[in-house]
Design a protein around this ligand. Structure first.
Ligand code: ADP
Ligand code: ADP
Length: 224
């Protein structure tokens, strides 16, 4: 489903260069729930940004479903991302002026679906994440854990083939983190979606089918 070969990312700030990814290669199979783990600053978020098409690598190739996404132009990349990928951010990134249902409907509306259909899809997803009774609430009325479930519903509303999540539990306590991890696991099992999640919490490992360890811009196995 995802094939990555010799991926490198160098951030350039004036004369200073930071090599965040130094040449990583791996595959992720359809339906896997994969954790990307490693210490802070090792390149996890950078890797997820490249896979999620939020940024473009300095070199190397990424294939998603046999399409070489690293060859797409900006417009095609954005279209591909909206159609096939969902993204969950550490800080939820919800729109505070909109209510819960409207937030979740955004990706569906962006795809040009009929508005009433978008709200039906949003309501269904919110029921799936256990927030069917909070549709008309504003974002700030919800707890952190609930806000993260809203952002997961938003990432899922277009039924993307792959969901990326960047430290989605970083701001949550253990109980809320477990709820989020169990939610991802049930989505992965019920809907068959491929899920790629960044985490540095060792106890999250038990939820993942497989773990990709990264350290200092390289996969652990590539360091040996
Ligand atoms: P992690 O997610 O594992 O904490 P990151 O991918 O955020 O690691 O960062 C990897 C390295 O790249 C770090 O040295 C970080 O400071 C650097 N970095 C990340 N994003 C940027 C950026 N936008 N500009 C410059 N350097 C960056
Ligand atoms: P983390 O992985 O530590 O949670 P992120 O990698 O998500 O943090 O970084 C948050 C934002 O800060 C991103 O937009 C990233 O590109 C930027 N960033 C991270 N490290 C640096 C850095 N050293 N210099 C400039 N921007 C950075």
């Amino acid at each position: 489903m995802i094939r990555v070969t010799d991926l490198k990312k160098i951030y350039r700030m004036g004369l200073v260069e930071v090599a965040a990814l130094k040449g990583v290669s791996f595959n992720i199979e359809k339906g896997e729930f994969v954790g990307i783990m490693g210490p802070s600053g090792s390149g996890k978020s950078t890797l997820l940004h490249q896979l999620g098409l939020l940024d473009t690598p300095s070199s190397g190739r990424i294939f998603i479903d046999d399409i070489e996404v690293t060859r797409l132009d900006d417009e095609a990349r954005t279209r591909f991302r909206l159609m096939h990928l969902g993204y969950v951010f550490q800080d939820y990134a919800l729109v505070s002026e909109l209510n819960v249902k409207e937030n979740v409907a955004i990706p569906a509306i962006t795809q040009g679906r009929i508005l009433s259909e978008c709200y039906v899809a949003a309501t269904e997803m919110l029921e799936k994440v256990g927030l069917g009774n909070r549709l008309d609430h504003l974002v700030y009325e919800l707890s952190g854990g609930e806000q993260q479930r809203v952002s997961i519903a938003r990432a899922l509303v277009n039924k993307p083939a792959i969901v990326f999540a960047d430290e989605p539990c970083a701001n949550l306590d253990t109980e809320n983190s477990r709820t989020i991890l169990e939610l991802f696991r049930s989505v992965n099992r019920d809907l068959g979606q491929t899920i790629v999640m960044v985490s540095h919490e060792l106890w999250h490992q038990e939820y993942f089918d497989r773990i990709i360890f990264i350290q200092d811009g390289l996969l652990e196995k590539e360091r040996i």
